[in-house]
Ligand binder design. Sequence first.
Ligand SMILES: [Zn+2]
Length: 205
Amino acid sequence: MKLPEPIKNVVDGLSRLPSIGPRQAIRLAFYLINESKEDIHALAVNINNLRRIKICERCFFIHQNKDNLCDICVNPARRKETIMIIEKETDLISLENTGKFTGRYCIIGSVPKTGILEDWQKLRLQSLKSFIEKGIDDGGLGGKADEIIFGFNPTSLGDLQTSILVKELGPLTKKVSRLGRGLPTGGEIEFADDETLGSAVDRRS
Ligand SMILES: [Zn+2]
């Protein structure tokens, strides 16, 4: 059945979101139609405001600061020589909620199984390498990080992603580690409870 243009446009937009299939997108669009006009407007404005969120030029997490670094990267209490490589923003949020990690992050996205990174991932990896290689006086790490922790999911894909990036980053760090194996195998960092994830940070090896 042909849907009116305004509904079709919203369905198209929603179905591009992760985990939303075409049927769910239609269901959501009809749900929104039955919301009040004020609620629809508020949602549209709030989504539009997301455009103002900036991306940190060092770790690629979000921020709203004046300069180009996020709250974690500008915090002098966080060790910049200890870097955890993670897949996505929601993993960072889960890890921060544990309060156990005092280093900084680099969000690299989902590393493809082929080992061939997307162009934007190559740029992020290059930016991380340059930061490590840059002299200490220039705000870099002078050639080597103290520790690079691979914080990918404890799945076979996560293992593969780690081994792909170890080849790239291994020479640039004094120590390579992974989150402790206390995480349920096959589970996801994003959904691990604080205690389990916190002990995985403590027991990294
Ligand atoms: Zn940052």
